[in-house]
Each structure stands twice: as structure tokens, then as C-alpha cells.
Design a protein around this ligand. Structure first.
Ligand SMILES: C[S@@+](CC[C@H](N)C(=O)[O-])C[C@H]1O[C@@H](n2cnc3c(N)ncnc32)[C@H](O)[C@@H]1O
Length: 406
């Protein structure tokens, strides 16, 4: 068993044994379902001040630190494997090629490029799901390779082609669906890259290129998109104790709570009203199962809460008839919200390790196909929370050299 497969096994077993902590959806809970198992942690969670809760929910590192303090032996095991860290050197000077690219995306591209520079140089490259080819153009310009950029969106391909013409770069755009078998001449390129290819797109690209390409380097994102219920690729993950379904693949993507004061206030009001309404609905229908509501307009949140209750009841085919009880339900909603925020800290503290399992699966799949693989945190999380790159390189084999070079 390789070192990465061993790390995956340990992570899978540990996460599965602690599924009771990360599986329950905090918003649907009225109390800690693990309270009897972890009474000390429950007490600590309930005694947190609102300021402490806010600080932890705005930065998952704080949640992790707190959780690790509560459960040190769990974190000792979880932390045995970490991705390699990498510190990119940014060029903040004005660069004509950065025009039209968001500031953070521009820095992500620089960081991603620098990671691929540690691989042997190549002459040909494919940028999967490359949109207008921002990364493709950067690689062509800074690494001197010819790049095929593939994307399903015809307009993005056309705009990208016009853009690279300005710089006279060797980038060709192909409108194609990455979920379908991709043309052999594009697959034949030595290196395949993808920056933030979502869910099934990165799984499809990984399966199509591993075994064919010399190098593959991707930063995956939105793991749940297009996922079937069991979508792990490697034998190591398939045979491990942990299987993540599409819903669970969302957990690594959970946002921290950020935004201006007004946005935070709106979020808080909305969540409290939803929970308060659901208290009434559960009693009125004698059905304790939470019933979701569709998104609510901001203007409704500025009205009297009774109007929200009426709106929500109508959506559920009910008639709201407890106008004089609204204040009581709001107090309960506030209590439920405070509890769900505290329980959210647990998922925030563990979400990164579920993500490690997902990327280790990709790495192990490539290893099982004979590649040398590595996982690198290619930039700081402040630049993008999806900052992991999985890199696979086929060991050198002289029999694959073109005949003329042999
Ligand atoms: C999250 S963006 C990533 C774009 C670019 N790599 C970046 O980092 O800015 C996803 C891209 O995937 C493309 N896409 C979506 N579905 C696709 C498919 N089935 N085949 C190819 N490209 C697809 C979209 O058009 C979009 O440009």
C-alpha cells in the first residue's frame, strides 16, 4: 500500500467513526445529537459567547482549533496527513494580460502556473473547462507551450479566441463537452490542467486523462455537482470505510459566515424566521419533520414577521392562524438558531478533512494507474478556499519517446 493510500485509509476510518459529528445537518437540529457521547463538548459549546461563535463561524480555522481542543485524540489522527504547502511569488505589476480578469482569479492563475512549473516542461497542454482561456493564455505565454482550451460554452470559446489573437499566443479553442469522450488529438497533449473544474467535470477529465497523459494537474471544486451517490474513483477509497454521497460532498464547500453588518443581520433574521415558522408548522400539522421553503425576497424580510409566516404557510398549503403567538415562536426560533449556529462549528471544524479524503481519492486513483502523485495547497485559502491541486505524473519510460528520439 502506498503512503497516500495508507493516509486515505486512516482518514476514512476516523471520519467514518466520527460520522455522528459531521453528518447531522445543524439547521435541522434542536439539540446536539451527540450530547450523551460527548457531554463535556456539549457543555463547552453551549457556554460559548455569541462573539466567540461569530468568530468561529467567520473563519473555519478558529472552529478547527476549538474542536481540536475539545477532541485532541481525534485531531491527532486527522492531522497525520496534510497536503504539501506552497508559497507562490506574485507579480503585482500591471500586466496587459490581466485586463478583464478578476483580481483573485489572476493571482490564482499565477499560483497554479507556478505549481505546474515544478513539473518537467512540456510542449503541449490542454486546459479543461477553461472558459475564455485565461489560464490557457497564461501558460502559453509563460511556459511557451501550445495549449488547447476546451469548454462547452461556444460564446466563451469565441471570446477567448479573440482575446488570445491580441497577444498572438498559440492557444486553440474547442467547444466540447468534457463529460463525453474528448477528441484524441486533444487527449494526446502531454499535460492536462484544470483550474476549478466542478464535480463530475473533474472526475471525467481525471478518468479520461489518467493512463493516457504524461502529466495531469487539477484543482477540483464543487465536488457534489453531477455526482452519483457513490462516485469515489480509486480502489483505495471504494474499499475504505467511508463513502460520501452527493449531499455529503457538499460539506467541504460549506461557506463561512461573512459579509457586512447588514448582510449578517439579514441572514440572521431570515434563519430565525424560518425556524420560528417551522415551529408553528410542526405543531399545526403534527409533523416534526422540517419542511424547506424556497428563497425569500429581501423585501419580505423588512415587513412584519406575520407576513412572512403567512407567505410561508401559503407555500405549504396551510392557513396561518396564530398571529397572537408570533412573538413566542420568534423566541423559540432565536433559540433554535443559536443552537444551529453552535452545532455548525462542528462541521466547520471537520470539513477540511472530508475534502482531504476527496482529493486523496483522486490521487490514489492516479497512483493505482502507475502515476507519481502529489497534493499541494497551491495558494493561501484567503485567495480561494478551493486551493488544493492534485498532480499526477507518469514515470519516465523511454519506450514512449517518439521513434526519432530513441
Ligand atoms: C467554474 S468555471 C472554471 C473556469 C476556469 N477554469 C476558471 O478557473 O475560471 C467552469 C467552466 O466549465 C465550463 N463547463 C461547464 N460544463 C462543461 C462541460 N460539460 N464541458 C466542458 N466545459 C464545461 C463552463 O462553461 C465554465 O467555463
Amino acid at each position: 500500500m502506498t503512503a497516500l493510500a495508507h493516509s486515505l485509509q486512516i482518514l476514512a476510518t476516523t471520519l467514518q467513526q466520527h460520522r455522528y459529528l459531521w453528518e447531522p445537518e445543524p439547521f435541522l437540529l434542536r439539540e446536539a445529537p451527540w450530547g450523551a457521547r460527548e457531554p463535556a463538548m456539549q457543555d463547552a459549546l453551549l457556554s460559548l459567547s455569541q462573539a466567540e461563535v461569530d468568530a468561529m463561524l467567520s473563519d473555519s480555522c478558529h472552529s478547527e482549533t476549538w474542536l481540536a481542543h475539545q477532541l485532541p485524540s481525534l485531531f491527532e489522527v486527522l492531522r497525520q496527513w496534510q497536503p504539501m504547502s506552497f508559497t507562490p511569488q506574485f507579480d503585482h505589476q500591471h500586466d496587459a494580460m490581466s485586463i478583464g480578469i478578476g483580481g483573485r482569479k489572476w493571482l490564482q492563475i499565477q499560483a497554479f502556473h507556478q505549481v505546474t512549473q515544478h513539473l518537467p516542461a512540456v510542449l503541449t497542454c490542454t486546459d479543461w473547462c477553461g472558459g475564455k482561456g485565461y489560464l490557457a493564455a497564461y501558460l502559453a505565454s509563460h511556459q511557451g507551450c501550445q495549449v488547447d482550451c476546451i469548454d462547452i460554452d461556444q460564446t466563451l470559446c469565441e471570446e477567448g479566441a479573440q482575446r488570445v489573437d491580441q497577444y498572438d499566443l498559440p492557444v486553440a479553442f474547442h467547444r466540447c463537452d468534457a463529460l463525453q469522450p474528448v477528441a484524441n488529438d486533444v487527449l494526446a497533449n502531454e499535460r492536462h490542467v484544470a483550474l476549478h473544474a466542478c464535480g463530475e467535470l473533474h472526475r471525467s477529465l481525471w478518468q479520461q486523462t489518467i493512463g493516457v497523459a504524461e502529466q495531469v494537474c487539477i484543482s477540483p471544486c464543487c465536488y457534489h455537482l453531477g455526482a452519483s451517490d457513490i462516485c469515489q474513483l480509486s480502489e483505495a477509497a471504494k474499499q475504505s470505510d467511508l463513502q460520501l454521497n452527493a449531499k455529503e460532498l457538499r460539506i467541504p464547500l460549506l461557506e463561512t459566515v461573512t459579509g457586512g453588518q447588514q448582510a449578517l443581520r439579514n441572514r440572521r433574521t431570515e434563519q430565525i424566521w424560518r425556524l420560528a415558522y417551522d415551529r408553528w408548522r410542526a405543531e399545526a400539522t403534527d409533523d416534526p419533520q422540517y419542511r424547506p421553503l424556497r428563497s425569500v425576497s429581501k423585501s419580505l424580510l423588512k415587513q412584519d414577521p406575520r407576513q412572512f409566516f403567512e407567505w410561508a404557510a401559503t407555500l405549504h398549503g396551510l392557513v396561518f392562524d396564530a398571529e397572537d403567538q408570533v412573538e413566542l415562536y420568534l423566541i423559540q426560533g432565536e433559540r433554535d438558531f443559536a443552537m444551529s449556529e453552535r452545532l455548525g462549528i462542528i462541521r466547520q471544524g471537520l470539513k477540511r478533512y472530508l475534502e482531504y479524503f476527496v482529493v486523496l481519492d483522486l490521487a490514489c486513483y492516479a497512483e493505482e494507474c502507475g502515476y507519481r502523485t502529489n497534493i499541494v495547497a497551491f495558494c493561501d485559502k484567503s485567495l480561494t478556499p478551493r486551493n488544493l491541486a492534485v498532480i499526477a505524473q507518469r514515470p519516465f519510460d523511454p519506450s514512449r519517446l517518439p521513434r526519432l528520439l530513441q
